[in-house]
Design a protein around this ligand. Sequence first.
Ligand SMILES: NC(=O)c1ccc[n+]([C@@H]2O[C@H](COP(=O)([O-])OP(=O)(O)OC[C@H]3O[C@@H](n4cnc5c(N)ncnc54)[C@H](O)[C@@H]3O)[C@@H](O)[C@H]2O)c1
Length: 416
Amino acid sequence: MKFDYEIKDINLATKGKLLSEWAANQMPVLASIRENFSKNKVLTGLRIGACLHITTETANLAITLKMAGAEVYLCASNPLSTNDSVAAFLVKNRIHVFAHRGENARDYYSHIKKVLSYRPQLLMDDGADLVSTAHKEEKINIIGGTEETTTGIHRLRSLEKNGLLRFPVIAVNDANTKHLFDNRYGTGQSTIDGLLRTTNILIAGKTFVVCGYGWCGRGVALRAKGMGANVIVTEVDPLRALEAVMDGYRVMPIKEASKTGNVFITTTGDKNVIRKEHFKVMKEGAILGNSGHFNVEIDIPALENLSQGKTRIREQVEEYRISKNRRLYLLAEGRLLNLAGAEGHPPTVMDMSFANQAKAAEYLKKSEGKLAKMVYPVPKEIDEGIASLKLKLLGIKIDALTKQQKTYLSSWTLGT
Ligand SMILES: NC(=O)c1ccc[n+]([C@@H]2O[C@H](COP(=O)([O-])OP(=O)(O)OC[C@H]3O[C@@H](n4cnc5c(N)ncnc54)[C@H](O)[C@@H]3O)[C@@H](O)[C@H]2O)c1
């Protein structure tokens, strides 16, 4: 049977190979897992359906799964995040890829359905579009799934709460070695990267509004502050708002922040965080970007309605004319700025995220039939094992508790 794939251009494979090898150099934890997996063939015979950003880091994960004996079917978790050369490189490595950069919504879902048509037994998702599409099918035979991001976990928990989840899912996002590094340092740096590549603005001296002070928002605010921006945070959670205040940021409602911001970045996982009444009071030249999972955080239909016309003035920059003297700029169609406008997270953090994915896949296979239809955390041994391995491979040693310290820390009798 013909090897099935749908990508832009297979001739881009050499470029994709070089880029993926560059990323591999900075992914030593995944490399060590790959060595073990390929020796022990821990995923032999398993069909894996994956819906992930098709980046150089994902290439290294997909190859790891393949070398462990799995058959991998991959589609994109965002229409704008596919690197076409990586897709070609993966096809050359006998990984079935169905994706191209800039695909429309119809193709996006037809690629997801294509992956599901191969009856995968394990689903690896980023945002839960693959899992939720699978849930609409009548017959599925899936041993489990893994979920990469916060928004996907929200959707899975909703399925679980409503008694609709049809197989166990491992919440990879919630592993400490994932969100503490990937969401914070990864999104922090790569969002700034996306902003700079798309606009080439000077960040120093700008008023920078970060919506949402979760893991991603903390990272974006920190990096913007480091480059000299005057950062404002907006929140709905009092605890996180307080944390932002004590971290040295101004905190205020988005309505207030809208009047002063030069750059707005949403990182909430929520909908219509910036909307009509906010666009109306924004300053001339304000720039709007999103690094939350879906393109719903900035109310784009409202922006379209409000504007008298729009022009694409740079590759990922749309100018909306609100009035004669006021223009607003939307980046990357409101989609993940760090992936659509740059290359996503650096491999050093994806090393840990994807180590969690690979180990979670092995765990699901080993636990086949033993898990309930629930959202599970990544087992602690896996999470801590990845942290220890990352440190070791970075050549960093830490102290160990002495016997006396262990006794002291587990005792209630020893006080002043
Ligand atoms: N760009 C990327 O590569 C990338 C990486 C990881 C996660 N994500 C996505 O980024 C989003 C945020 O992830 P996270 O891990 O930081 O989540 P999180 O839950 O840690 O933080 C989200 C924060 O947004 C706040 N919030 C919700 N609604 C709000 C509103 N209307 N106004 C202001 N604040 C609001 C919440 O109170 C919370 O503190 C999710 O969609 C996630 O999937 C993107």
